[in-house]
Design a protein around this ligand. Structure first.
Ligand code: 5GP
Length: 201
């Protein structure tokens, strides 16, 4: 059985990444890794589903234990991918999506060069600001902090394997599946298929 693919999926906050992922995860073979973070849970967020919400001390203890595939600081908080959320699933042939910011994404690309990296960009920075305001979960100050963080992130988009502009949700989701389909057809992953074709030759 082929191993699952590790998918690095980054998008500045407000790019519609959450809605895109909800659509993608309707497809059963994908799993989104649950990260650990030291930020407060937002209303409606559930521990163990959206994130593992832990203290700074707990986070630092996990760093010492080498429990993270990667971790990064973002807007004054820690965020990290737990190895336990990734490798067992890949072994079982499940594709694992890491929804992470750019610093962490670069680390994963370096440590796991076989991963597929996708950056989701907004159609424009002004549209991004409009979406963040509409969401209404953050203060104006936090929104401006996130917009400026986003501009820095977008400038790194070219380091990813693929860029999807999320203008219309349906198109963005179909771009994602097109990427995954092409990735799976890459010759270097076709060992099982070729063996099957050659059987009884
Ligand atoms: P939010 O606070 O909006 O949930 O997430 C803020 C940023 O942290 C987003 O860009 C999100 O992709 C990123 N993030 C979430 N989990 C992780 C993680 O495990 N590692 C890293 N490096 N970034 C993460």
């Amino acid at each position: 059985m082929n191993k699952g693919r590790l998918i690095v999926f980054s998008a500045p906050s407000g790019c519609g990444k959450g809605t895109m992922l909800a659509e993608i995860l309707k497809c059963e073979n994908y799993r989104c890794s649950v990260s650990a973070t030291t930020r407060e849970a937002r209303e409606g967020e559930v521990n163990g589903i959206n994130y593992y919400f832990i203290s700074d001390e707990e986070f630092e203890q996990k760093i010492r234990e080498n429990a993270f595939l990667e971790y990064a600081g973002y807007c004054k908080h820690y965020y990290g991918t737990l190895i336990s959320e990734v490798d067992d699933y890949l072994e079982k042939g499940i594709d694992v999506i890491l929804e992470i910011e750019v610093q962490g994404a670069m680390k994963v690309m370096e440590k796991r060069p076989e991963s597929v990296s996708i950056f989701v960009a907004p159609p424009s920075v002004s549209e991004l600001r409009r979406r963040l305001k509409k969401r209404g979960t953050e203060s104006n100050e936090v929104i401006e902090e996130r917009v400026s963080e986003a501009a820095g992130e977008i400038s790194l988009a070219e380091k990813y394997d693929y860029v999807i502009v999320n203008d219309a949700l349906e198109d963005a989701v179909s771009d994602f599946f097109a990427i995954m389909r092409a990735e799976k057809l890459k010759a270097k992953f076709s060992g099982d298929i070729i063996n099957e074709v050659l059987k009884n030759a």
